[in-house]
Design a protein around this ligand. Structure first.
Ligand code: TXA
Ligand code: MG
Length: 328
C-alpha cells in the first residue's frame, strides 16, 4: 500500500493520473470525499468491485455507492432519473446526498448486491472530483474501512483499517462533513430516507415534499436499506449511550468494573473519565469530529466509551443514528 499526499487546493496531476490508471487497471484507490474516505474501484468492472468486498470483508448483500463527476453522467448507470432526482441533484449536488434509482443492466450485480436499483452520488471534495474526471469512470466506493468498523476521516484511519488490502491512498487531509452521506430512495412512488446524514429530512422535504423514513418504526412505507440493519460504525471499545445526567454514573460504574473509560460529551463535564472529549454543540461541528474522536479513544486504550446522548432534533438525526449503531 502506498500513501500519496495530495493538496486539495491544487490536486497534483501526476498523482491523479497514477490513481486514475490504477482504477482503470481494476485496482483499489482510497480517496477523500467531503464525508469520509472512500475505497474506490471501477464500477463497471465486476472483478474490481469484488476486490472491494474482499478488502473490506463486507457481506455481499450490502450494495455500494457509485460516484460520478457530475449529474449529467448518471445516465451511464441509471435506467431512470425521476423529476425528484433532478430537483434534489440540482439543489444538493455536488454534495453529501446519495440518490437511489433504477439501474442500467451494464452495472455489475456486485455493485448493487443484485438489486434492481443503484445508489448515486456526485461528491463535492475537489480531490474526489478531480479523480473522477481523470479516471473518466463511474467509481464504486464504500467507506474505506473494514466492514463494521468506524468510517475513516483521515488517510491514517484508512491505512490502519485496510493496510495492504488497498493499492493506493490519496491523502488529502481530514474530511469536513465527517459522517456518511444522506441516502434517499427515489425508485418507488414516494421518496424514502434510507440513511440519515447531515442533509436533513426537512431540507429534503423543502425540495420534494414528504419523505418517509425507512425502518421498523415507519410502518408499511419503510423499505429498510440493505446493510443498514447490521452492527456498524463501531469502535473497538464498547460504547454506552446515556443522557447527560447519567454520564457521571456510567463512568463510575465502568471504573468499578476496572475499565479504562473514555467519554464524549457536549455539555457534561465528565472530568472523572480517563480520556475525555468535548465536542461542539452544533450537529455539523459534532459530526466533523465524531469518527476521529472514536479512533483516538480506541488508540488511547479505552475499554468503554460513555457518550452523552445528542439533542433529539431533525438536524441531529444522522449523528444520533451513528451513535446508536456504535452502541449496538
Ligand atoms: O458518504 C458516503 O456515502 C461514503 C462516501 C465514500 O461516498 N460512502 C459510503 O458507502 O458510506 P457505504 O458503502 O459505506 O454505504 C453504502 C450504503 C449501503 O450500506 C446501503 O445502505 C446504501 O448505501 N445503498 C447502496 N446502494 C443501495 C441500493 N441500491 N438500494 C438501497 N440502499 C443502497
Ligand atoms: Mg460504510
Amino acid at each position: 500500500m502506498r500513501i500519496l499526499p495530495i493538496d486539495p487546493a491544487h490536486p497534483n496531476a501526476t498523482a491523479l493520473d497514477e490513481a486514475a490508471a490504477l482504477l482503470r487497471a481494476g485496482r483499489l484507490v482510497a480517496f477523500p470525499t467531503e464525508t469520509v474516505y472512500g475505497l474506490g474501484a471501477n464500477a463497471l468492472d465486476a472483478a474490481a468491485v469484488d476486490r472491494i468486498y474482499r478488502a473490506k470483508g463486507r457481506p455481499t448483500y450490502n450494495p455500494l455507492i457509485v460516484h460520478v463527476a457530475d449529474a449529467a453522467l448518471v445516465h451511464d448507470v441509471a435506467a431512470g432519473w425521476p423529476r425528484d432526482a433532478e430537483t434534489l441533484a440540482a439543489r444538493f449536488w455536488p454534495g453529501p446526498l446519495t440518490i437511489v434509482v433504477p439501474k442500467r443492466s451494464n452495472v455489475p450485480d456486485g455493485v448493487t448486491a443484485g438489486l434492481g436499483t443503484v445508489a448515486l452520488r456526485v461528491p463535492s471534495h475537489p480531490i474526489a472530483h478531480a479523480l473522477l474526471v481523470a479516471a473518466q469512470l463511474p467509481v464504486a466506493a464504500p467507506s474505506a474501512n473494514k466492514s463494521t468498523q468506524v468510517s475513516p476521516t483521515t488517510a491514517a484511519h484508512v491505512a490502519t483499517s485496510l493496510g495492504d488490502a488497498v493499492d493506493l491512498i490519496l491523502d488529502g487531509g481530514p474530511t469536513s462533513v465527517g459522517i456518511e452521506s444522506t441516502v434517499v430512495d427515489l425508485s418507488g412512488s414516494t421518496p424514502v430516507l434510507l440513511r440519515p446524514g447531515l442533509i436533513s429530512v426537512p431540507q429534503l422535504e423543502a425540495v420534494v415534499g414528504p419523505v418517509a423514513i425507512a425502518g421498523p418504526s415507519s410502518g408499511t412505507t419503510g423499505r429498510p436499506s440493505p446493510g443498514m440493519l447490521d452492527k456498524h460504525y463501531a469502535p473497538q471499545a464498547r460504547v454506552r449511550l446515556v443522557t447527560a445526567p447519567g454520564v457521571s454514573d456510567a463512568i463510575r460504574e465502568a471504573h468499578d468494573e476496572g475499565r479504562r473509560v473514555g467519554a464524549i460529551v457536549i455539555d457534561g463535564d465528565a472530568t472523572e473519565a480517563d480520556v475525555r472529549a468535548v465536542l461542539p454543540g452544533d450537529a455539523a461541528g459534532y459530526a466533523a469530529r465524531l469518527y476521529g474522536t472514536l479512533y483516538s479513544l480506541d488508540d488511547a486504550g479505552c475499554d468503554i466509551i460513555v457518550i452523552e446522548q445528542v439533542p433529539d432534533a431533525p438536524e441531529w438525526l444522522g449523528v444520533a443514528d451513528r451513535l446508536r449503531r456504535a452502541a449496538y
